[in-house]
Structure formats: structure tokens, C-alpha cells
Design a protein around this ligand. Structure first.
Ligand SMILES: [Zn+2]
Length: 693
């Protein structure tokens, strides 16, 4: 229910909406139209609608009397952006939903006189659930990190992928949220071009989180944060659909079609309408004044449900169809924690960044539930080492791993939690050039590379499957949309010199519609903020043909990616870090190797060679230089240099054919120390660091 804000005369609203001009108000009717093409759905849907019609005629309580309480869970699906809306914004959305359903919205007094007497208090309320399916207490909001928050695909999008991502990501609370126990509201960044959609109740979707869920854009929830008053009533509209209200112009028709006057919504007190696209209060194209202020219109001035809509919604809530009548039963409200006073049930805390440099202030957030009244923190190794604030900040001065404890009190009880090795203060920084080829490693060294895995256990691992050692994610069983990060410790980049980053990677899709992404971020403040510098997807990420069998690249199935010195000039700082982020899009395994953070060594785009390996490194007698030569080079040169750039010897100077190459360099006479080996031709060469023991 966008409000057709472009038509409003207010200038600031026009600018607000400019980024959203593509968004359709609601696509519920389009989803239904698509579904009805399928006979199995149509049969069940027609049967359910006929049944609901009978039930509406038969039951007086559908009209008024009891207040029904519906337990709600908001599932925020995000990828670290502004779509990860705050708890406050979600609570504001819930407040507006309740306000509108209980006719407590002040603007209802402005409804045009013809409809004043029809504006109804639906006598339905919505309360956050506080018990998860596994019985664990929570705050009624789940948060799952996944690129599936975004769907820019077809106009008619189904949210199965988004539900799957939420289910896979919420293992803490157990994945399946029974839709006859919870109203599941999925908050996403994009949902196929609409602001919201849902399905009418039908046994076709019995038990399905997707079929009984509501999908909403994150910036159409509430009136604060990323939303606004104009976009705040999408949820009121969608919940109307969810309990069986069509649009006022009927279920299956587009708004604004001149032929629409014959299409009825089946509710006697909402006049037929062509489908209004503005707040024209005297709209009467179909012969009678249209109820453009109805929540089930697309106008930006909606402010009421009618008495007839009330009866229809309450009928659906009293019906066993799709299990709607279980939601508000006392036994269910008890089970999901949506009745009675909330007592202290959990001690918990978090911080945004638990990999920090020394001297950086680390803010902690109390996430304890419910209603804690006092806090007792313990920060061994930190300053301060204890605190009684709810949300304290702490500074650590020495590298290492630190535990954090919190004890909370509320209404007499106390609960404690300790998170061991929760904060890592990074070690002394390395100095560029940094060259990581993973060659002499048995495990990924935890003081140099940090791994964050969202959603799933399989993550970056060391492997020697691909002719030499590299890091890999085994994607054979990964959940679509899972995210894995590989984050470096800090590096000092010389302020007087340019810097660049390069790395080798290999990846294959399983099929053409895979949507995997490999991204490289850099930070100059030790990881407090990150800037995207490289994003590889589809053809730029693929290095080999599609395969459904376990992908292991051969030496010609690698590519090199480079971040140029120009784009890094503002990052020349001592607290420089890099972060690889792989977003699973259904593809095969991904590999990374030969990560170079270059300081003084200048390189151009590596057109000649790839997969350069120096081993062993450090070396005593002999060092092997292995690389893949991309094309025949007439004069290929390999030389060694000392640390100040003095040439020490010529290893090779001749024509070199395409293919895998190994050169053995005798360094027995070198003194222990740092050396470089230069590989390439006169126009283009690259230097690699090695250490003589
Ligand atoms: Zn709608």
C-alpha cells in the first residue's frame, strides 16, 4: 500500500520517494491471479472461500464482542544494510497496526461523511510472541543475515527463498515457526517490486510459513527510522489481506482499469470502484462515491476499515481454514508467550565488532530479556573491568582474547551469562608488502586471518586440492544465501607510497542462474568501518565451466583480481585490514590464493602470469618459483633482488611458452634475510617476497 506519494504536493515527500518509484503498493492480487491459473490451487481456494462465506452468515460473534489477540513474530532478513531496521522501528510498526485495527487513529475523525458511520473497530490486537518454537525466550524479532533479503527479479516474486534463509539462519530458535501459532512477518530489502504482499487464508497453504506469511519492505514498517508516516500503513493493509480482505476493487483486478466497476470485493458496504490511484475524495466513476480512505485501497489517505470488512476478518479468524482460529486461543497465547506479564528469562549481550585494535572503545549492548532492572558486567583485561551500566563501553590495551560476563537482575531473580574469548584484540600489525600464499600452513593461522560464518558451519578452510595450497569454501551443501567472511589482521601501509591488492580466485557455477558473489572490502580503522573495493559475480566470478560435481580448479582455471593503487590512496594507514565476503548464490566451490597487499612494490595488471607460488618460503638452499604463463613471451625474465632493490642474479632470460612453469633458484649463498624475485618481461613484471633462513 504505497500512498502514491508522487501525487502529493509536499516537496519533501517527492524527494523522499524518488528512490522508490519502482515500488508497487501491494502485489497480493497479482499473486492470487497467478495462483488461480493452477487448478489444484483454484479448487481449494474456491472451496475455502465458499466455506468462509457460509461461516460468516452463521456466526454472530464474527461481528463484534470478543477481542482477539494475535501473536506476531517479525523476521528481519538483512545483509548488514539499512534494511536491518531497529527494534524501535518494528515496535512503531506494531503500534500503528494496533492503532488502526482498534480504530484509535486520530485521522479517522476526518473520514468523509458518507463513510463516517461505517468506520469500524475491528477488535483485533497484535502482540509480540516471546517464546520461540524451541521454548527459548526471545523478543519477538529474529534477525538473519543473508543476501536473499534482496530480490530484484520478476514482478511476481515468491518468497520461498527468503523463508528458507530465515529458517536456516534461526537455528538458535529452531527453524519452523508454525503459522497457526505465529503470524510470521518477513521484513526484506526487496520483494519483487512490491511494498508488501501476502496470501488469503486457504488450506492449500496449511502449515506453510511462506503461504501464511506477510512480506514487507523494510522501509514500509512503522513511521520512524527508514520509513515515514506515508508508508506506515502497509502492514495494516497486508494484515487485512491475511485475514481475507480483498482490495476494494476486487481480488484479481488491476487498479485504474476503466472496466473495473463490475468487479466486487464481496463486501456489501465497500462500493465498487475502478481502483483509485490518488486520494480523490469525490471519486465516483462507478456511480457511487468510492471509499478511497479504506485501508484496502491504494490511496495515501487510507484511515478506516468498514463494518462489513470487520465481519469478514473476524470470520476468517474464527475459521479453522489455514489454522487462523488457533492463533488467538488462550492455550496458544500461553505457549508462544503472548499473554501475561513478562519476567526475566535470559541474560544476553552483543557488540558490533569483536575483532578490535588496542585502544579502541568497544560498545556493548544488553540484550537481556525481559525487563532487567540491574546489570553487573565483568570485563577481564578491559578498562573499566566492571560496570553496572546497561550498555557500557570498554577499552582493551593489550593483544589477546578476552571473556565477558554479565549478570542481570529483574523482579528478584538473577541470571548470568559468560562468553569466553568473546573479544579479540589484534596483534602487532604487519608491514606491507604482505604476501599470503597459504603454502607452509597446516591450518589457517588464527592470528592472521579471522573467519566469520553466518548461517552454516562449512566455511573457509585450507586445502591443497588445487595443485598448491589455497583457501576454499566447500559449497556442496551450503544453504542458499549463506555468508562467509575471511578477514585479515592489520597491516601498515607506507604513507609515502602507493599500495595495491591482488588475489587469485577460482569458482564455477552449478548452473547459469546461480547468483554467488565474492566481495573485497578494505578498512583503515581496524575494521570499525569497511569500504567495498571489488565485487565479482556471474561472468567476472566464473573461472571454469558450470559443473555439478565437486569443483577443483586446474591451474588454468584461476583468475587474478586487482584493486589499483589509485582507489586505495585514502587507505594508507597503519590500521589497514582487508575482508573477503562470499555470498552463496547456489554455485559450486570458491577458492582464493596468493593474496598480495603491496606497499612499495609496484605492479600493473597481471596480464602475463597467474598463480605464482614461491616454496618453500622461508627457504634455505633452493626456492621454487611456480606459475602459470598465460601466453608465449619472447623475452621472459626472472631475477632476484635484495631488500633495497639491488639486483643479485638472473634466473631466466629467454622465450617462454604458455603453460605451467617451475624454476628452481639456488639461494645457498644468500645471507639470511628478506629478498625479492621479479617475474615477467621488460614491460610488465611483478615482485614477490621470500625469506632466506
Ligand atoms: Zn494489497
Amino acid at each position: 500500500m504505497i500512498k502514491y506519494i508522487l501525487l502529493t504536493p509536499l516537496l519533501f515527500v517527492v524527494s523522499f520517494v524518488s528512490a522508490q518509484t519502482e515500488v508497487q503498493p501491494c502485489s497480493a492480487h497479482k499473486h492470487l491471479r497467478e495462483l488461480l491459473k493452477e487448478e489444484s490451487f483454484r479448487k481449494q481456494y474456491d472451496k475455502d472461500q465458499a466455506q468462509l462465506k457460509l461461516e460468516e452468515l452463521g456466526h454472530q460473534q464474527n461481528k463484534a464482542g470478543t477481542i482477539y489477540t494475535v501473536p506476531v513474530v517479525f523476521h528481519v532478513l538483512h545483509n548488514g544494510g539499512s534494511e536491518n531496521i531497529s527494534n524501535e522501528q518494528i515496535l512503531d510498526g506494531l503500534r500503528i497496526l494496533n492503532r488502526d485495527f482498534r480504530k484509535q487513529n486520530p485521522d479517522v475523525s476526518n473520514v468523509v461523511s458518507n463513510f463516517q458511520s461505517l468506520a469500524a473497530d475491528i477488535e483485533v490486537e497484535f502482540v509480540l510472541a516471546t517464546n520461540a518454537p524451541n521454548g527459548e525466550c526471545f523478543n519477538g524479532i529474529t534477525r538473519t543475515r543473508s543476501p536473499r533479503t534482496e530480490d530484484t527479479g520478476s514482478d511476481i516474486y515468491d518468497g520461498f527463498d527468503q523463508v528458507d534463509a530465515v529458517v536456516a539462519g534461526n537455528d538458535v530458535y529452531q527453524g519452523y515457526w508454525d503459522p497457526s501459532k505465529y503470524l510470521n512477518i518477513f521484513i526484506c530489502k526487496s520483494i519483487g517490486g512490491a511494498a508488501g504482499y501476502t496470501n488469503y487464508p486457504s488450506n492449500f497453504y496449511a502449515g506453510s510459513m511462506y503461504g501464511n506469511g506477510i512480506f514487507s519492505l523494510s522501509n514500509y514498517i512503522g513511521s520512524i527510522g527508514t520509513s515515514s508516516g506515508y508508508t506506515s500503513r502497509t502492514l495494516t493493509h497486508e494484515v487485512g489481506h491475511w485475514i481475507n480482505l480483498p482490495h476494494t476493487w476486487g481480488s484479481t483486478n488491476e487498479p485504474a482499469l476503466q472496466t473495473n466497476c463490475g468487479s466486487d470485493d464481496g463486501i456489501s458496504d465497500t462500493p465498487n470502484t475502478i481502483g483509485v490511484q490518488s486520494c480523490n475524495l469525490s471519486e465516483s466513476t462507478c456511480g457511487t462515491l468510492a471509499n478511497v480512505e479504506n485501508y484496502m485501497d491504494y490511496s495515501y489517505c487510507s484511515k478506516m476499515f468498514t463494518t462489513g470488512q470487520k465481519s469478514r476478518m473476524r470470520t476468517a479468524l474464527n475459521s479453522s481454514i489455514a489454522g487462523r482460529n488457533n492463533l488467538w486461543k488462550a492455550s496458544n497465547l500461553n505457549e508462544v508467550g503472548a499473554s501475561g506479564a513478562l519476567t526475566l528469562c535470559k541474560a544476553d549481550f552483543s557488540t558490533e565488532n569483536n575483532l578490535v585494535c588496542s585502544g579502541v572503545s568497544v560498545p556493548f549492548t544488553d540484550n537481556s530479556l525481559h525487563n532487567p532492572t540491574s546489570w553487573s558486567w565483568s570485563f577481564p583485561g578491559g578498562v573499566p573491568s566492571t560496570s553496572t551500566s546497561q550498555n557500557p563501553s570498554v577499552v582493551y590495551s593489550s593483544p589477546g582474547e578476552y571473556s565477558v560476563s554479565l549478570m542481570v537482575r529483574g523482579s528478584g531473580d538473577s541470571i548470568s551469562v559468560t562468553k569466553n574469548q568473546y573479544i579479540t584484540v589484534l596483534n602487532e600489525t604487519g608491514i606491507a608488502p604482505i604476501q599470503e600464499d597459504f603454502e607452509n600452513l597446516i591450518i589457517i593461522p588464527s592470528d592472521k586471518w579471522f573467519i566469520n560464518s553466518f548461517n552454516q558451519n562449512e566455511t573457509w578452510e585450507l586445502t591443497n586440492a588445487a595443485s598448491s595450497k589455497s583457501v576454499r569454501i566447500d559449497n556442496s551443501n551450503k544453504t542458499l544465501g549463506s555468508i562467509d567472511e575471511l578477514i585479515s589482521t592489520t597491516t601498515t601501509l607506507d604513507l609515502n607510497l602507493s599500495a595495491s591488492i591482488s588475489f587469485d580466485y577460482a569458482f564455477a557455477e552449478k548452473q547459469d542462474d546461480n547468483s554467488d558473489k565474492l566481495k573485497l572490502y578494505v578498512s583503515k580503522d581496524c575494521g570499525q568501518t569497511w569500504v567495498l573495493k571489488k565485487s565479482l559475480s556471474s561472468s567476472s566470478l566464473k573461472t571454469a565451466p558450470n559443473t555439478s560435481s565437486f569443483f577443483i580448479p586446474n591451474i588454468s582455471q584461476w583468475k587474478t583480481a586487482t584493486v589499483s593503487s589509485n582507489s586505495l590512496s585514502s587507505f594508507l594507514e597503519s590500521d589497514f585490514r582487508i575482508k573477503f565476503v562470499f555470498e552463496n548464490g547456489g554455485g559450486n566451490n570458491v577458492y582464493i590464493d596468493n593474496i598480495n597487499i603491496d606497499g612499495p612494490v609496484s605492479i600493473s595488471e597481471n596480464n602475463l602470469i597467474r598463480k605464482v607460488k614461491l616454496y618453500p618460503n622461508p627457504a634455505k638452499e633452493q626456492i621454487n618459483v611456480n606459475f602459470y604463463n598465460k601466453k608465449r613471451v619472447k623475452q621472459f625474465v626472472i631475477k632476484t633482488y635484495d631488500v633495497v632493490g639491488k639486483e643479485l642474479g638472473v634466473v631466466y632470460d629467454a622465450e617462454l611458452p604458455e603453460g605451467d612453469q617451475v624454476f628452481k633458484v639456488n639461494i645457498a649463498n644468500y645471507k639470511p634475510g628478506v629478498y625479492f624475485i621479479s617475474v615477467g618481461n621488460n614491460a610488465e613484471s611483478k615482485q614477490y617476497k621470500f625469506i632466506k633462513e
